[in-house]
Design a protein around this ligand. Sequence first.
Ligand code: ZN
Length: 317
Amino acid sequence: MSRVNTVLGPVPAAELGFVAVHEHVGYGMPGSELDTQWWKTPEQRYAETVPKLRRFREHGGGTFVDVTGICNGRDVDYYKSLSAKTGVHIVACTGFVGGDTALPHFARASVDYLNRQFVHEITVGIGDTGSRAGVIKVGVSRGGRMTELDKRIYRAAARAAVMTGVPILTHLAIDPEPAVAIFEEEGLPLHRVLFGHADDGPNAPNTPHEWIFERGGRIGFDTFGYETELADPPFWARPRRERLEHFLSLVHQGHLDQLLASADANCSPLGWPGVRGHTVNYLFEDLIPDLRDAGVDQATITKLFVDNPADFLTIHS
Ligand SMILES: [Zn+2]
């Protein structure tokens, strides 16, 4: 039976429902938990997060994929209680947002060590939570080129994906040639990889979308809502219309099967103020209305948010 690991246990892929495939319960840079200025009590984090997940559920949201890697504030016991409280399936990840967010213990580790860590978190559990990771996160460090450490993490992740059948989700789709070479060397079919952040302001122009599609990779338009129209836009913002039109052009060119969409929002940011006014509910409150206005039908919306993520997240054994 096709199934997906959530923090409360495996669920059939058909029960995931509407999926937000790239999100964060709480994301911060390594060490931000030690900054007095940013300490948050569990009550404060709950108060910020629960209403957003409840609203997501009310809108018809089924599954929230948290891709906060190791060292960035991942907190699986907390995710379990949020899932139980709100009824939203939460999928947690193993892996790292990028080499540049891996603490020295991991930054010095071999491919073999990292691989065993990822496989353990997928097949046994994350720490003592009993929850198994449902996706593997990897990424390109700041600077626009994959570093030696990024490549070590990608190779360990590729081996873990082949061994366990869990898919890989990337932070950034720039400089994909070394990544694709590693995946091919390790025998991982590229439809098991979602190349993320292919839509943001600085990275969209540098991402070879066609080249990734041709090789069978999936593309994530997963920063929807980070717009230059926001009161205080982040550096990765992009004009709303421009992103939407770019996305629609790929749909119209026949790439719907390989596309996924999400908001990359942060329910309760750790160590930084976050981006005000942006939540996972952008998907229901802004993106889907924009898609409908552009003439996109319900079947396409279902494919994008239900069928494609279920196919991607299903453990291939
Ligand atoms: Zn993210």
